[in-house]
Design a protein around this ligand. Structure first.
Ligand code: FCB
Length: 476
């Protein structure tokens, strides 16, 4: 007997989007005045990325953006989240803008608007101009001031036509993978520097939000995208609960504390005391970081399962963020990370849509009244074209169906979720994993750079057009 099918429907104004970032798709790294970012330097350093792959060409979006926007329109997307390459706009990370760099984004935005696709700009998706890293990078306070200047330049150039703005993408990764475990650019492994970086990223967010507002129409929305972890304790034992709280501070409170509440968690100071004295937090910084926000972006892939460390348990570093003998969790050497049970994606990340529901409900409580967006969610699979050149990815359809259903449940439970951005529009440079992990709804043949929408793209297009989730078998 077949079950009665209740279609999962969304509010009419719900935004159906897809996301990308500059270094992962643009290529054209030496064109029109662009200078290297930390990801150019890192990816060109032997041993840092799978197969030594770089974003030099990526998927050549810089030259193919018109076709890419037409493809988005064909897929019925209502919104597109992309990031600006800082060193394309301000090659030295300071001083006047390069108009040719800004012109690319003006053309992209105009193309999107002409196709009725709402642009959502992320100012910083991990590609710091190399010159600023050479001057100290995120552990240096001046980088936050430079970011505010850059935010003002881009806000003044595009604020008349782009309403949705995101200051930073996943500052946790910038700080702790970039300066702690070193698996991301700039590849430093210095626990104290990673906490300094976290503070200066927070400051950059606050100063950047203020700078944007000073040059943009008041109707525009300013947000930040956090990859807040859904931290689960392995048991209800006090030691495991304490481990979960510790990681919650280091993953979440370190950013949402100052951004949403104007304070770092006291427990964060205690836990990190052996690593840093936090003396770089200056008077007035917390007020500067605590800017009113118009929305909050949540990026979600998989939950985090922790316990108190037990040397008899394997997998202490199974935190899903790449191999390194340095931890991205300063002051948490006594915490063990475990693989969440269940099916996994190609990244080894367990598929758990309840985590997305939990995350949304947590921020509904943490930030009452603040509209939420899922600014990233998606899955990597080993997709391959069939003999007819079609790409079938039923696992991704199931993943999207599960996670969008979780979003819908959260809305029913009172969460104000305004939209969802699938990660990613198309296959692209997946950071240290190079091109071997395919997150796209659109397949990219890296030999020809031809784009082929996978069956998940057709499935998602139908959801976007109808505002309801098609059954998982619909587009196979
Ligand atoms: C997020 C990043 C994004 C992409 C996905 C898979 O952490 O923001 O660029 O790498 O993970």
């Amino acid at each position: 007997m077949s079950e009665p099918v209740t279609p999962v429907t969304f509010p009419p104004a719900f935004l159906w989007g897809a996301a990308t970032s500059a270094y992962q798709i643009e290529g054209a790294v030496r064109e029109d005045g662009r200078t290297p970012s930390i990801w150019d330097t890192f990816s060109h350093t032997p041993g840092k990325t799978a197969g030594g792959e770089t974003g030099d060409v990526a998927v050549d979006h810089y030259h193919r953006y018109r076709d890419d926007v037409a493809m988005m329109a064909d897929l019925g997307l209502g919104a597109y989240r992309f990031s600006i390459s800082w060193s394309r706009v301000q090659p030295t990370g300071r001083g006047p803008a390069v108009q040719r760099g800004l012109d690319f984004y003006r053309r992209l935005v105009d193309e999107l608007l002409a196709h009725d696709i709402k642009p959502a700009i992320t100012l910083y998706h991990w590609d710091l101009p190399q010159e600023l890293e050479d001057a100290g990078g995120w552990p240096a306070r001046d980088t936050a001031l430079r970011f505010a200047e850059y935010a003002q330049i881009v806000g003044a150039a595009l604020g008349d036509r782009v309403e949705q703005w995101i200051t930073l993408n996943e500052p946790w990764c910038s700080a702790f993978l970039g300066y702690g475990s070193g698996v991301h650019a700039p590849g430093r492994t210095d626990a104290e520097a990673s906490l300094r970086a976290a503070h200066h990223l927070n400051l950059a967010h606050g100063l950047g939000a203020k700078a944007l507002r000073s040059v943009m129409p008041a109707r525009n929305s300013v947000a930040v995208s956090l990859n807040s972890s859904v931290v689960r304790p392995l048991s209800q034992e006090p030691a495991d609960l304490a481990a979960a709280r510790r990681i919650d501070d280091l993953a979440n409170g370190v950013f949402h504390g100052p951004m949403l509440h104007g304070a770092y968690p006291e427990t964060l100071f205690t836990a990190t005391a052996p690593v840093t004295d936090w003396s770089y937090v200056q008077d007035g910084d917390l007020a500067a970081i605590h800017q009113p926000l118009d929305a909050l972006g949540l990026n979600y892939y998989t939950p985090t399962l922790v316990s108190a460390a037990d040397s008899s348990v394997e997998g202490n570093r199974a935190d899903g963020h790449g191999a390194s003998s340095y931890s991205p969790w300063p002051g948490a050497d006594d915490v063990a990370f475990h693989q969440t049970p269940g099916e996994r994606t190609e990244m080894g990340w367990t598929i758990d849509p309840t985590g997305l529901h939990d995350l949304i409900m947590r921020y509904t409580r943490e930030a009452p009244g603040l509209p939420l967006y899922v600014t990233e969610n998606g899955a990597a699979y080993d997709d391959k074209p069939d003999p007819d050149g079609r790409v079938h990815d039923p696992e991704r359809i199931a993943y999207l169906h599960g996670h969008l259903s979780a979003v819908r449940r959260a809305i029913t439970d009172g969460a104000d979720v305004r939209g969802y951005f699938l990660w990613s529009l198309m296959d692209n440079f997946e950071w240290a994993y190079g091109y071997e992990k395919r997150f796209g709804a659109v397949y990219v043949d890296y030999a020809t750079l031809a784009r082929t929408p996978k069956s998940s793209a057709h499935w998602y297009a139908q959801a976007a057009r109808t505002g309801a989730l098609p059954p998982v078998t619909a587009a196979e």
